[in-house]
Unconditional design. Structure first.
Length: 111
């Protein structure tokens, strides 16, 4: 048999920062191998209605995404999903936070 792994997707900060961190902690205990974390954008042109609603909720909560990324527990494998146009003005800083927090174990996908 081949290798099996559990991949969990969650919008960063959804439904609020406390419950998001709780989800990460509990899912790690339950065996999540890889996390896909969607970084909210105001113009989610490539995402469907469910993801767009989660982004809106997070924006309504006025969550500081960079601060929340820094609060995340250690995650072995993380795929950060974002739109390049949202990060381009401070892209190096954004990448450094991701790299520093996750010790190079992070894959970064930007469209």
């Amino acid at each position: 048999m081949g290798y099996r792994c559990l991949v969990c997707y969650m919008t960063l900060g959804y439904p609020n920062d406390e419950e998001f961190i709780e989800f990460i902690n509990k899912s790690q205990k339950e065996g999540c191998d890889i996390y896909e974390i969607g970084i909210p954008t105001k113009y989610a042109k490539y995402d469907g209605p469910t993801i767009r609603r989660s982004y809106k909720k997070v924006f309504d909560e006025k969550i500081d995404f960079i601060d929340l990324l820094k609060k995340l527990p250690n995650i072995k494998k993380l795929i950060a999903l974002t739109y390049l146009e949202d990060q381009i003005n401070d892209f190096d800083s954004f990448l450094n936070i991701i790299r520093d927090k996750f010790n190079g174990s992070t894959n970064f996908l930007s469209v």
